[in-house]
Design a protein around this ligand. Structure first.
Ligand SMILES: NC(=O)c1ccc[n+]([C@@H]2O[C@H](COP(=O)([O-])OP(=O)(O)OC[C@H]3O[C@@H](n4cnc5c(N)ncnc54)[C@H](OP(=O)(O)O)[C@@H]3O)[C@@H](O)[C@H]2O)c1
Length: 378
């Protein structure tokens, strides 16, 4: 779907153009793919079209912008509008490979646009980057000055995605549903439900994006969760994340998460071991019977840590959580289990610092009576 919401805007220069593309990118969701935004401008700086990447399996940002641009182009064809005079601005170098969508270079060549500016080089290696291909087809393609790209925010859109990618591991999102006094369960272990239905629906939408959901044996033995991704009506979605249990105790034969096609038990406390098992491939995965990850590929691109506190603390402490959704419910439990416990952090200078993340509807949103805080790890 094309977006033309910013079509009345006029840019003053490259930094301005990239800032608009960054604002588009931030409308997307984090996960297996990076956030990417694009705009297309006329010679006088008018914004003609815009687009952003909505997540894995959907159109790339420039393809979405080009759809809007092509529509504009068709409706202007009698007024002497020449697409070759327009400029495509993208936060990330266009791709030249066929994944779940076709190469962006082909869509750009078909559009008639002759000038392309991007902020960050495609990190996916020689097969990925499309700048050279477009140049060889005669287009004017260039990377925007690094300082301008930095000031526009384009250089800092995806630091944790880049880190995950460079480490050869999936992007890691974590959930935490807590009371105002930072508890995730009452003393007697009851925790369903601390948050309201709107928060739980959001949590379900995050589940629907991931390849695997990781919980500890404590959560399995206390809550017996199914860990399925469900739609707003509570029906299971066609693509289901693989449930992963971390911990040494046995997973009961009747555990609800064993009811799906596949599941995995990693009898180890080290999050890195869990990641190694997930990325090693199905044959090395022990008890899993998974033949493919729900969103394709031989390795998971995005995993979700759903807790409980022991497992989440281990992943947080290891610096392996890239993104945190904190559902803050208006309850004071008074006593009970803390959401995070990192006993090795004994003084203020040991504190883990997170930053509010403006991606996906902003860093702070209201979900019914709850508040959702969206954080990125530094
Ligand atoms: N509100 C929320 O967001 C939320 C979410 C999930 C759970 N909960 C609540 O949390 C409670 C369970 O808490 P929990 O901390 O026991 O759950 P947990 O983190 O799911 O499981 C902890 C268990 O996992 C194993 N484990 C895995 N990695 C470990 C590590 N790095 N270090 C130590 N042990 C590790 C240990 O058992 P082994 O002996 O088997 O190795 C440990 O006892 C329940 O009441 C549940 O309802 C709340």
């Amino acid at each position: 779907m094309s977006t033309l919401e910013i079509a009345d805007t006029t840019i003053a220069g490259p930094e301005d153009a990239l800032a608009l593309a960054v604002a588009q990118a931030l409308r997307g969701v984090r996960g297996a793919n990076p956030l990417v935004g694009a705009i297309i401008t006329a010679p006088d700086g008018r914004v003609l079209a815009s687009g952003y990447h909505r997540g894995r399996g959907t159109a790339h940002a420039e393809v979405e912008a080009l759809a809007g641009f092509n529509g504009f182009n068709e409706s202007s064809s009698t007024s002497g509008f020449d697409p070759a005079d327009s400029t495509l601005w993208i936060t990330l170098e266009p791709c030249d490979h066929t994944g779940t969508t076709g190469p962006c270079t082909e869509a750009i060549l078909a559009s008639g646009i002759r000038t392309v500016r991007y902020a960050v080089a495609d990190p996916t290696g020689p097969d990925g980057g499309g700048a050279a291909r477009l140049r060889s087809a005669g287009l004017d393609v260039g990377q925007v000055d690094a300082e301008q790209a930095r000031r526009a925010g384009a250089a800092d859109l995806n630091p944790r995605w880049m880190l995950a990618r460079d480490s050869g591991r999936p992007f890691v999102t974590a959930h935490l549903a807590q009371s105002l006094d930072g508890r995730v369960a009452a003393v007697d272990g009851t925790s369903q439900w601390i948050t309201g239905p709107e928060s739980r629906r959001h949590a379900q939408s995050v589940r629907s994006r991931v390849d695997a959901i990781i919980v500890g044996t404590g959560t399995v033995l206390t809550d017996d969760p199914r860990l399925t991704a469900r739609d707003a009506a509570g029906r299971d979605l066609p693509r289901q994340p693989v449930p992963v249990v971390q911990g040494r105790r046995a997973v009961p034969a009747g555990a609800a998460l064993r009811g799906g096609d596949s599941w995995l038990h990693v009898e180890d406390h080290d999050p890195q071991v869990v990641l190694d098992r997930l990325t090693a491939g199905d044959n090395a995965a022990g008890t899993t019977v998974s033949s493919a990850w729900p969103h394709g590929g031989t390795r998971p691109g995005h995993v979700l840590i759903e807790g409980g506190p022991t497992v989440l603390s281990a992943w947080m402490g290891a610096g392996l959580v890239d993104e945190l959704f904190l559902y803050q419910a208006p309850l004071i439990l008074g006593s009970g289990l803390a959401g995070l416990d990192l006993p090795q952090h004994t003084t203020l200078s040991h504190a883990l610092h997170l930053t509010l993340d403006a991606a996906e509807n902003g860093a702070i949103s209201r979900l019914g009576d709850d508040v959702l805080l969206h954080y990125a790890a530094p």
